[in-house]
Design a binder for this molecule. Sequence first.
Ligand SMILES: Nc1nc2c(ncn2[C@@H]2O[C@H](COP(=O)(O)OP(=O)(O)OP(=O)(O)O)[C@@H](O)[C@H]2O)c(=O)[nH]1
Ligand SMILES: [Mg+2]
Length: 709
Amino acid sequence: MQVFDDKHIKNIALLGSSKSGKTTLAETMLFEAGLINRRGTVEDHNTVSDYHAVEHDREGSVYNTLLHTEWRNYKINILDAPGMDDFVGEVISAVRVADTCVYLINAQHGVEVGTELIWEQVDQHKKPTLFVINQLDHPKSDFESSYASLKSHYGNNVTLMQFPVNEGEQFNGIIDLLKMRYYKFGPTGGKPEKLEIPEAYRNKAEELHNELVEKAAENDEGLMELYFEKGTLNENELRQGLKIGMMNHDVFPVFAISAKQDMGSGRLMGFIDNVAPSAVDALPEHTTDGAEIVHDTTASTELFVFKTAVEPNLGQMTYFKVVSGELRPGDELINLSTGQNERIGNLFILDGHERNSVAKLTTGDIGATLKLKDTHTNQTLAHAKSQPKIAKMEFPEPRLFMAVTVAERGHEEKLGESLHKIAEEDPTLTIEFSNETKELVIGCQGELHLSVIQWTLEHLYDMKVTFTTPRISYRETINQASDSHYRHKKQSGGAGQFAEISLKMMPYVEGMADPEGFNIRGKEVIDLEWGGKLVFYNCIVGGAIDNRFMSAILKGVMEQMESGPLTGSYVRDVVILVDDGKMHAVDSNDIAFKLAASNAFKEAFEKARPTLMEPVNSLQVFVHEDIMGEVMTDLQTRRAMIMGMDTKGSYQVINAKVPLSELDHYTTALRSLTKGRSSFTSKFDSFMPVPGDVQQRITKGNKNDLVEA
Ligand SMILES: Nc1nc2c(ncn2[C@@H]2O[C@H](COP(=O)(O)OP(=O)(O)OP(=O)(O)O)[C@@H](O)[C@H]2O)c(=O)[nH]1
Ligand SMILES: [Mg+2]
């Protein structure tokens, strides 16, 4: 395999909404470059990129797959990312290591919700981006309105590079505004004839060419002067200006292609080779402290691990980008997170599951290796311990939580282990055993993500599992002050038990002062593991209860706090003052005081207008303005509080707070309500009191019915 230097390496991520044609374009690029001699299709399950069985089942991408082409002395590393927002984790890793984002727009739809969501990732890193309007051969293709929707979302930096001729089923040509040529394709696409621009298109092409020249000149003073002098720029000057503009997010060139018919992909690759930033001039990586890492092929080796995957029969494949220095097989590196040494075995360039060994990878290049001991996504491998760690990727909070149980008894441990292995490769999967509900709960991005996790458990780990809606973790608290007096007395043969307690209870409010009128002898403020506080005062006067019983009394209180009187949920935000009681010289002991405290707490709690609190999530819904009304109506049926709205192009962003119990299967509900023209993020916000009728319904049942609320 040829070794490429950093001036001849281009790292691109294929991004865009679901089904825009990313995988088809990747296949076409490999074909154009001569790496494959037959193009597979997503439907025939034989593309190089979608090689996983689960991708064949779905007929769509699930993983960020690494491929490459070698094209006119350049190596293009391609990261083909999935479009479905359930797989956003894979998009995040693709964007992170890409130097240019190749953003596909489906010409049937223009900018979609999926386009918008992925844009957040691109915009955050300000990665140079070009847009590709694809599917121009489709009968419903509409280039002009797709281009207009790009402009309305991403502004005037969106700049035409090409426009189509005979759009729709007759599509067979592109007018290129940089080359000022007409690229005419035969019926099977591939290499076009390069012709003079036909008369009918000449005026339009001239006008758009001038706009392109102006846009390119704007990015550089020298070019601006040249432009004023000559009234135009030549091809090389144009490339130079466009490159500077792309690097600054001031120019987003727009291409016109049909990936399926292999029309336009060669020209697109030519532009990537000649204009998109090479590894040597790409945006710098950063350390965890935010410092820029200087691109230096002679510096000590440093790698950023952006992905790991267990490949059947091979073991763990580790994907990385060389951030500085060079890497060779046999190099000894240190994992800066664990301090462990790692020896690099073979170095690979990947095309889906095809591996090719290489002798060296230089700064900016992307590759993979097998069988590292203990290295995971987001970690840095470096030559020396003193080198800086590279900033981590941040992944979103889960949007869907499910309780998981294994069909076969006795396989619980294996289930936990398997899930942890899957989570090592998938940073958007969380696993937690809830002490509260005694359930193993996984967090993921949505039903599709869940179905992939289920598929992986079944097919790769041989485990049949069932997912159910997890029980809701409620909280109990009080609304007014109360008191109680409880005597525990037991005479049974030998030693008896005696304890008497009098206590006051009041709601805890953040920042409240100590209550007045009490003789405070001790105070404990307990930050409860399940949120909120317990403030416990010892206000005993005249030695009514010995100090030595105080910890037993607190234990009795905590027992009730862990299993509240209303529903058995955790209790929070309560102040307790133990202000009187009685002891017996012989019969009083810790157990007696614990029991008395527990019962006194319960009595006082029931008199203090107890309320149930439910978890409430903050929700952000992205929805096309046309269907905003339906989404709002649906949110109202879910007891949502609308906090505000923003406009983003033709999309609206609704911010709301919604009880978790009302968000069951919201991913599916929203998708079907809006026919996929929407998305959302959701994360825990706070606990809030449940409405009276809901509380009545819940407290009438027992603990096991809580989920029905
Ligand atoms: N007519 C037409 N169809 C296309 C074109 N490109 C892709 N398709 C079709 O669109 C569908 C989706 O293509 P993919 O390549 O899987 O799209 P993708 O963007 O990779 O989709 P995800 O990975 O699921 O996000 C397939 O049926 C393709 O055949 C094109 O240029 N023209
Ligand atoms: Mg795909």
